[in-house]
Ligand binder design. Structure first.
Ligand SMILES: NC(=O)c1ccc[n+]([C@@H]2O[C@H](COP(=O)([O-])OP(=O)(O)OC[C@H]3O[C@@H](n4cnc5c(N)ncnc54)[C@H](O)[C@@H]3O)[C@@H](O)[C@H]2O)c1
Ligand SMILES: O[C@H]1[C@H](O)[C@@H](O)[C@H](O)[C@@H](O)[C@H]1O
Length: 337
């Protein structure tokens, strides 16, 4: 059985996912694409050699009879309307993060999915599929370091474009940690605060960079998360969990150790596409397999909502300078299955 897939938004990750579905994974076929910039969609069809129709509009594509499932990889603020339309059409939808740019937007999707009575939405939180994070989780669950007490994280991008604004440090970047740390610690967030260190000169004037997000979980774990999106030197993701009897660190991506010219060195990645390449492959293969089996199992709309509630509180904390509470709605039993 081949799942016929339509892609809404053929930018960086839309093209990369279309590439992996076409050339790496099995069971999926890209039959339709659309982008507000039509020439971008046409260029991707040509570059990847896709046998896909180019639509003028995402809503038209969602309704197309030969499209079984959607990938929503357009800009964050457009996700909610496309995911709601997909649910209305009764079609499976893989939505890149963020599910919506506000918690209320995510809740609208949660409510629509619960009303539809079937899991249709998978969100593109790929870190739980990453081998390194899985090793961390296994060690915590096996009690190798006792109870986790503190987590030190860093999320560093080499540079960001001028269109990247201060709140995106939360809704676009920190959102990955806001998702993966709930899963890792099996915990939810209680309060957040954002503090601003001295700003780097290597930023656009309007952007506060770096930022430090301080989080307290319900179990009392303290998390400090550095967001530094103009760090210059590479794409660098760090996570160190301090427990009662030991410390575990996220493994570095595999890389050659080079002895040469009186130096011992190893390269640092610069591109997010490479850092989590295996995790992206696995998450999308799971989505395709899940559709074929009539049951998708990846990160849910509720996970998207939970991360967005924390993100909303962080954005409030960016503006207020205060410690802000993270208050979630009650989890529908639908998501306990
Ligand atoms: N999971 C991850 O690690 C990861 C990595 C990168 C991006 N993302 C997410 O994926 C999304 C896209 O990011 P990107 O880096 O590919 O951005 P991008 O700007 O490269 O691509 C987005 C594309 O969507 C198109 N678009 C915007 N509005 C549209 C609409 N209404 N209909 C159709 N097309 C539309 C744009 O023209 C653009 O080509 C963002 O939400 C981003 O946060 C996730
Ligand atoms: O959309 C991207 C992507 O999610 C990357 O993983 C993250 O490091 C970037 O900060 C963000 O802008």
């Amino acid at each position: 059985m081949t799942i016929r897939i339509g892609v809404i938004g053929t930018g960086a990750i839309g093209e990369d996912h279309a590439r992996r579905i076409t050339h790496v994974l099995s069971g999926g076929h890209i039959v339709a694409v659309t982008d507000v910039n039509r020439s971008q969609a046409e260029a991707v069809v040509a570059r990847l050699g896709l046998d896909a129709r180019v639509y003028d509009d995402g809503h038209e594509l969602i309704k197309a009879a030969d499209v079984d499932a959607l990938l929503v990889t357009s800009w964050g603020p457009t996700h909610e309307e496309f995911v709601l339309a997909a649910i209305k059409a009764g079609k499976y939808v893989f939505c890149e993060k963020p599910l919506a740019t506000t918690a209320q937007g995510c809740l609208n999707i949660v409510n629509a999915e619960v009303a539809a009575g079937q899991r249709l939405v998978q969100i593109g939180f790929m870190r739980p599929y990453d081998r390194g994070y899985q090793l961390l989780k296994q060690a915590i669950d096996d009690n190798q370091i006792g109870e986790p007490l503190m987590v030190h994280c860093a999320h560093r991008n080499p540079t960001v474009p001028e269109s990247y604004i201060t709140s995106m440090a939360i809704v676009d970047t920190a959102i990955h940690e806001l998702d993966v740390l709930r899963w890792l610690l099996n915990d939810d967030y209680k309060t957040v605060q954002v503090v601003y260190p001295r700003r780097t000169r290597n930023r656009f004037e309007h952007l506060a960079d770096p930022q430090v997000v301080l989080i307290e979980t319900h179990k009392g774990v303290r998390i400090d998360l550095e967001i530094f999106v103009n760090c210059q030197y590479g794409y660098d993701i760090q996570c160190s969990v301090v427990g009662e009897t030991g410390i575990i660190n996220l493994p570095e991506p595999q890389s050659l150790l080079v002895r040469s010219d009186a130096r011992l060195s190893t390269a640092i990645l610069t591109d997010w596409k490479q850092r989590f390449i295996d995790a992206y492959d696995i998450e999308l293969q799971n989505f395709i397999n899940g559709i074929a089996q009539g049951r998708i199992e990846g990160p849910t709309a509720w996970d998207g909502y939970a991360a967005a509630v924390a993100a909303d509180a962080c954005v409030k904390a960016q503006e207020s300078g205060q410690i802000e509470a993270v208050v979630m709605a009650e989890r529908p039993a639908f998501y306990n299955q």
